[in-house]
Design a protein around this ligand. Structure first.
Ligand code: GTR
Length: 331
């Protein structure tokens, strides 16, 4: 090798060593995919995007979340399976705790009918050590908890008029894929049909089922009011929404960045709650305008729903009974 060439090469080696030792730390960036079942601008979808924005800003652009709404990455159960697997198809998902509970048994208790006295009570529970206990339980199933979101209360709606518990007897009701939801509908003498969210409209239309149950915003966004226009405001459950990230994927993110991501998720909660409370009222008014026939049960009729669902509490394990008692004791 010529002397000149050798000199140039040595200079390049020295230069690169200087760059490595004195230069900026390696720029490592992460891009996660988030699966959301709801369409664009639904309160949870808006909150997913707020979380993505907050996390991106907090990490100086190093962490990006792409939100795939309207089940582009699959229905909730399938999305959870992917998150659990951690193969990079779905990294984060926002789902209903009902669907989630079949993956993390401890959380089942959090969706029992008439468990929370109000929205405020539910949030006091979620923000208490019980909420933290549920969040920690996710890790055993390869999920890392990010945050809870609001989802209001759920009512039954059917293609035939329903005013009392007795009217539901023998009716086929779609439920989320969750054992507690199946037992709940069975406790009313109805037949539970677990189905994916996206299959419900056609199932009612084709008379595979006689009805379903959900909150006001989902009743509107899915247009279920078109095929099941009788809604009874029995408010049987308050089921929190949950956002989780794949443990396998999240473990690859540096600890300091993980903390910023968790904080960003927490910081999106107030925004989601506000969006929810506003949209819930809009949705209720809208479905009424669009022809839904709403029955508000008397206190006595509503109590009959509660009484019919009581056996579900007795069926709970001793550990779940303890959680129920602790929840009831929270103000
Ligand atoms: C909605 C919830 C969805 C989905 C749906 C269902 O209220 O936001 O995530 O679980 O209910 O009934 O499948």
């Amino acid at each position: 090798m010529k002397k000149g060439t050798l000199l140039v090469l040595s200079a390049l080696v020295i230069l690169s060593l200087v760059t490595v030792s004195c230069g900026a730390p390696p720029l490592e960036t992460y891009k996660f995919k988030l699966a959301e079942t709801h369409p664009k601008d639904y309160p949870t979808e808006k909150a997913d995007r707020r979380f993505a924005e907050l996390a991106n800003t907090a990490t100086g652009g190093k962490f990006t979340v792409d939100v795939y709404s309207a089940k582009q990455l699959g229905e909730e159960k399938a999305a959870l399976e992917q998150v659990q697997l951690g193969a990079g198809v779905v990294d984060i998902t926002r789902v209903s705790l009902s669907v989630f509970s079949s993956f993390v048994k401890e959380t089942e208790v959090m969706q029992l009918p008439y468990l929370y006295r109000s929205q405020e009570h539910m949030w006091n529970v979620l923000n208490s050590p019980i909420g933290a206990q549920m969040a920690a339980a996710c890790e055993k199933a390869n999920f890392v908890f990010l945050c809870w979101y609001e989802s209001g209360s759920r009512n039954f709606y059917t293609s035939k008029p329903v005013a009392t518990v007795a009217d539901l007897k023998g009716m086929k009701i779609r439920v989320q894929q969750a054992p507690v939801m199946v037992s709940m509908v069975e406790s009313l003498g109805a037949v539970a049909t677990p189905l994916d969210f996206g299959a419900v409209y056609t199932a009612i239309q084709s008379k595979t089922v006689d009805g379903a149950e959900n909150n006001w915003p989902s009743y509107l966004s899915t247009k279920h009011y078109e095929v099941a226009k009788y809604l009874i405001v029995d408010e049987h459950t308050r089921v929190p929404e949950i956002m989780v990230v794949s443990k396998k994927v999240f473990d690859r993110v540096p600890k300091a960045m993980q903390d910023l991501i968790r904080k960003a998720a927490q910081d999106s909660v107030t925004f989601q709650l506000q969006q929810w409370n506003d949209y819930e009222k809009v949705a209720e008014a809208e479905v009424k305008k669009l022809g839904a026939i709403i029955t508000v049960p008397t206190a006595e009729q509503k109590a009959a729903f509660q009484t019919a669902m009581k056996p579900l509490y007795d069926k709970q394990s001793p550990e779940a009974q303890k959680v129920i008692a602790a929840i009831q004791a929270i103000k």
